[in-house]
Design a protein around this ligand. Sequence first.
Ligand SMILES: CC(C)(COP(=O)(O)OP(=O)(O)OC[C@H]1O[C@@H](n2cnc3c(N)ncnc32)[C@H](O)[C@@H]1OP(=O)(O)O)[C@@H](O)C(=O)NCCC(=O)NCCS
Length: 419
Amino acid sequence: MEALKGIRILDMTHVQAGPTCTQLLAWLGADVIKLEPPQGDATRGQLRDVPNADSLYFTMLNCNKRSIVVNMKSAEGKQVFVDLLKKADIVMENFGPGVLDRLGFPWDKIHQLNPRVVMGSIKGFGSSGPYADFKAYENVAQAMGGAMSTTGVPEGPPFVTGAQIGDTGTGLHLAIGLLAALRQRDRTGEGQYVEVAMMDGVMNLCRVKFRDHQRLFRGPLSEYSVKTAQGMGAVPRAGNDSGGGQLGNAIHCKPHGPNDWLYVVVQEAVWEGLANRIGGDALAKDARFAKIADRRKNQDEMWQIITDFAKNYTKREFMAILNPLDVPCGPIMSTEDLANDEHVRGRDMWVELDHPQRGKWWNVGMPIKLSASPADIQRSPLLGEHTDEVLRSVLGYDDAKIASLKQAGAFSAPPKKAA
Ligand SMILES: CC(C)(COP(=O)(O)OP(=O)(O)OC[C@H]1O[C@@H](n2cnc3c(N)ncnc32)[C@H](O)[C@@H]1OP(=O)(O)O)[C@@H](O)C(=O)NCCC(=O)NCCS
């Protein structure tokens, strides 16, 4: 937790895209102060599994942060925000379009208040262009960034992927931008505005599909198991095709349940050994599969031969057969498999935590391993748990000032007017 020691982040982000970025930066050692509205980040109460406890949606994305409640719609709350801003290295938000302007804090105002601060901003579609005014959630970004049109099978509907490439993917992109901007700030003394649009982030993650899009101008895509033709336009959905230079597919194994599959890459270098093992000399010498171009052309038959062999083995048994042959392969791991996997536990990727409201729970660990700055994962904060602490220790407010701000409603929602 030493890498970002001394970096303070004023984190106004909510839901997933922003919080996933600030959680990562907290695990890298930054002091993340999550500034929440009086009702808290909406995810605290979404998809609750334990009554009256912060949901896993919230706890899994907000570890190692301090929570402070500030009502940004009150004049006193705005002043607290300004004071915090002046003590921050990074300020972050992923509100809907126009929200910060309505609150009175567009980037130029923030820059004027603290010229050194780096501002991170996530929008569905960025701050310019015809889509700039639209809100977005994960699957909207997957739909509009090219992921859905290229996921699934051609005759079926487009599919979203389970990996949260629109939200968490965007958070990762933002983290890179923020760290680069911090580096520049350290050289020049000047902060800057770092924006990542979810749609742009998804397009970046679909880069190889745009490779194929342009290859289609010149001819069909020989490695695709589905039919393609020069000039067909959109890249088709191609099931579990590898998407790379080597052929790959998911092979159904015994006992043929929903996750009894092994993903197998028939790498050029391993074909002979693989063919010998599953079909003997006859298959290894079969002209239909002699070279990679032949195997591409006849891949339906090749996958069928491999599937016929695999049907007598579980995915782990089939993997054990392929590993000594150096065939790149991996079982389809369910969440249940992963939560109980020795390798995952050994790499601290499934971490047990405690929480005052919900008791024991688990979080996915820190995937970025720094040798001199290992992450020390701590539970997420309760709503406003650190309000007083931050006001005192970061802003130097005294009891009288805190009491008068409380009285003025800086940290609470105004009482509802009688109907
Ligand atoms: C995610 C999203 C669709 C949610 O929409 P939403 O629930 O309507 O929330 P918004 O961000 O639009 O608005 C937040 C409101 O809370 C208010 N608010 C936020 N923090 C506040 C605080 N500390 N005190 C008082 N009010 C606060 C804002 O002022 C705004 O109110 P307004 O609409 O009256 O101006 C939207 O925030 C969005 O498109 N974000 C950008 C893309 C994104 O990150 N999406 C992925 C989320 S995982």
